[in-house]
Design a protein around this ligand. Structure first.
Ligand code: SF4
Length: 499
């Protein structure tokens, strides 16, 4: 990787991100009939950048050799034209990372490459395993040396150590052993393979240009590549792409399908289609239902840019209150700016968001955002709106309160981080100093998604986990580090309500 003179860190998209809810990686896999695969993977990663900003990587192959580059930072920092030109071949897998297991360092950047009986194997993963410590201990006992501390490396070695004649059989065998949320692409032996856990918690879709096949976390990548979506990878399905086209093996009997509702609420781009639902339209329906459930007497509706925008639009439509731009986001400030005066109150928020006084002054404001995690940023924004002249601030949140940790690839693995796990809605309203606070109900969310609740994961809202889950003390991004302290037998609870 070229040395970078400066860091361009990620910019929070909403209260949720500033508060601590962050994406959990994006993956792409390509078998190109349109020329070299690396430029396509590169462009695809740009469209998935919102899913991870800590590192990026691409591995390519011509069916014989394998080339690989990864680095810390955003896609544009890791790759330039020269670097892409040095990744030949018609096959590629790529990754953008936000760490949910394993610390932020190059060894944990993906795609990971490990030796295998079929040649070098590159793997990129989105999700979190819940039995990674146990599997890692087993592999280490068998002599595997790990370079990093991610569950993704556990999966790569598990596949590479399975003595099967073809990689698809080894992957199928690994799928039967790993537990948790996983959407994975693998490049090995002249093919790209994609697979998804039996609950289909994280998204993975198939697209085609007619000559090229593409696997991607989100369909917005297809749009940028001139491809059309074909379908989602099914729960427990293994898809094999090579020069002959697409094959599929249904490895796992589909379990209870449990699509993550936060992909719709916050993570995915609004122009992505998940399970047949355009994310922007789903968010707009959330806003409409939110207005029905929690009406407000106000003069303007504003959103926290960017992920609250679609829901604010829906709230304004349903309430007939004009939608306005009340906060302008500085897109070029990241997490590591230098604070001129440490005592400057709310500086961190003010440098990223600027209120429009002419819109807010003397007005009663509805402030729409997608979620509240810790609640600290919400209070700062409410204060900022009041300082800009808002006479009332009514906070409306287009998700139900987040009360339980996520063990499936979102960085909220402790209830202590979640303000709604220990505070009532009224107490949160007091904490953020809003005149009123209303959350979308769970029933309202299901109505907005137009999917049966039995097909959704809403565990962080209601504690009903679709899989066994680890004890909170063993979960989280550092569950595999330090190695000496790692538990050999993770304690697992059965699925069901976490009380
Ligand atoms: S627990 Fe919440 S954030 Fe995690 S996968 Fe389920 S719905 Fe998504």
């Amino acid at each position: 990787m070229k040395a970078s003179r400066f860091r361009v860190p990620a910019i929070p998209r909403s209260l949720a991100e500033a508060d601590g809810l962050r994406e959990e990686c994006g993956v792409i896999g390509i078998v190109s009939g349109d020329g070299p695969a690396a430029p396509m993977a590169h462009l695809g990663l740009y469209s998935l950048q919102h899913r991870g900003q800590e590192s990026a990587g691409i591995a390519t192959s011509d069916g014989a050799g394998l080339w690989h580059h990864r680095g810390m930072g955003l896609v544009f920092q890791v790759f330039d034209a020269d670097r892409i030109a040095r990744l030949p071949g018609q096959l590629a897998v790529g990754h953008v990372r936000y760490s949910t297991m394993g610390s932020v360092r190059l060894e944990n950047a993906q795609p990971l490459v490990v030796p295998s009986p079929w040649g070098p194997l590159a793997l990129a993963h989105n999700g979190n395993l819940i039995n990674a410590p146990q599997l890692r201990a087993e592999l280490e006992a068998g002599g595997v040396e790990f370079a990093g501390t991610t569950d993704s490396e556990v999966i790569a070695h598990l596949i590479a150590r399975t003595p099967e004649p073809v990689p698809e059989d080894a992957i199928a065998s690994a799928m039967r052993r790993i537990e948790g949320a996983y959407t994975i692409v693998v490049l090995v032996a002249g093919r790209v393979l994609g697979f998804r856990d039996a609950h289909a918690i994280r998204p993975l879709a198939i697209g085609t240009t007619g000559r090229s096949w593409i696997l991607a976390s989100e369909t917005c990548a297809f749009d940028h590549l001139g491809a059309l979506p074909v379908r989602d990878v099914d729960p427990g399905e293994l898809v094999i792409l090579d020069a002959t086209g697409l094959r599929s093996i249904q490895v796992l009997a589909p379990g209870r399908v449990a699509h993550c509702v936060f992909e719709y609420i916050y993570f995915a781009r609004p122009d992505t289609v998940l399970a047949g639902r355009t994310v922007h339209l789903a968010r707009r329906r959330m806003g409409r239902i939110l207005a029905r459930e929690h009406p407000a007497q106000a003069d303007v509706v504003i959103s926290v840019p960017d992920s609250g925008v679609s829901a604010a639009m829906g709230f304004a439509e349903a309430s007939s209150i004009p939608l306005e731009v009340g906060l302008v986001k500085n897109r070029y400030i990241g997490r590591t700016f230098i604070q001129p005066d440490p005592a400057t109150r709310d500086f961190g928020v003010r440098v990223k968001l600027n209120p429009l006084r002419d819109v807010l002054d003397g007005r009663r404001v509805v402030l729409v955002d997608d979620s509240i995690v810790r609640g600290t940023t919400s209070g700062k924004i409410v204060r900022m709106l009041r300082a800009a002249g808002a006479t009332e601030v009514h906070a409306r949140i287009s998700s139900p309160p987040i009360r339980y940790p996520c063990f499936y690839g979102i960085d909220t693995s402790s209830r202590g981080q979640l303000v709604a796990s220990t505070h009532s809605v009224e107490t949160i309203r007091e904490l953020i100093a809003a005149d009123s606070l209303g959350y979308l109900s769970q029933a309202g969310l299901v109505e907005a998604l137009q999917l049966a609740s039995e097909r959704l994961c809403m565990a962080c809202l209601d504690g009903h986990y679709p899989t066994r889950v680890p004890l909170e003390s063993l979960a989280g991004r550092h569950a595999l580090e330090p190695v000496a302290d790692r538990p050999v037998e993770p304690a697992l609870r059965g699925g069901g309500r976490d009380e």
